[in-house]
Write a protein that binds this ligand. Sequence first.
Ligand code: KG4
Ligand code: ZN
Length: 336
Amino acid sequence: MLILSVETSCDETSAAVIQDGNKILSNIVASQINSHQRFGGVVPEIASRHHVEYITLIIEEAMKEAEVDFDDLDGVAVTEGPGLVGALLVGVNAAKAIAFAHNLPLIPVNHIAGHIYANQLMEPLEFPLLALVVSGGHTELIYMKEHGSFEVIGETRDDAAGEAYDKIGRVIGVPYPGGKHIDEMAQVGEDTFDFPRAMIHEDNYDFSFSGLKSSFINTVHNANQKGETLDKNNLAASFQNAVVEVLVDKTIRAAKEYEVKQVMLAGGVAANTGLREGLKEAVAEELEGVQLVIPPLSLTGDNAAMIGAAAFLDREEPQNIDLALNAQPGLMLNLV
Ligand code: KG4
Ligand code: ZN
């Protein structure tokens, strides 16, 4: 089974060819970060224009690298949502055109399901499992009892983890998106500021990062007003420890309560060194017999391979070419 998949929900234009939902034949990702950096965030209009410019080239490259023809394909998968509407539309229309021209089934995929299924490109999923999804727009603990069944058992009440990273990155002057830079600085700094670990003792699996963000910003502003200079690496390390501690603590607690067989990390913030290490240590120490799956860095950020892996979900269903498919910017994960 060969799927061509397309992802254009935010600022990466990506196409991939995936075999049997778990083997990557190609995964081409064109990032637009350079175009958005000077604005300090993703500008939706610019994102859509870049997608239009690149989508055909990226799809051609993915097909060429995989050494397959359109006639070899069994379906075309595309991110339906959530994401920026103008950006999503470019991918949806490109996928529709290919499906129509080659008489192929069109498979809509939820972007968040895609982030989780990136792990299927590493290991077969074993149920029940718990996924910690951490990205620029999401922070969720998702329980899955079988393929295609997603139960959100905890989520952020305010900022997403990646969003908090990017906002404090701006305050200490690193380029957008700040997550990666803060992570690098945290490697050389020490946790000297003792920022709050919000909701860590509460009896639920929800998160909150806006208090931590405010505490960080106030600390920096107060120092500026007094003419003091704070160690940026220590600030980064203190922020990172506060984020990682809460994420790891709640993930371990949920994994115990739900008695899962697998714990997996997903989304752009899954690239974070502190989170990867913290989760590895905690799972080894506290969850006997539970397998931890962490995607390689090439599969943590937005990419089409993960969309092709999640498209395999529908393999038992009869497929139609649904040309009425539309972008769904606020698409939720189906709760089953
Ligand atoms: O999944 P993703 O590529 O896009 C969304 O769907 O949001 O995630 C992007 C987010 C950004 O907020 C970025 O700063 C964050 O992932 N990120 C990181 C790291 N690498 C990327 N955050 C912390 N540490 C990292 N190493
Ligand atoms: Zn994403």
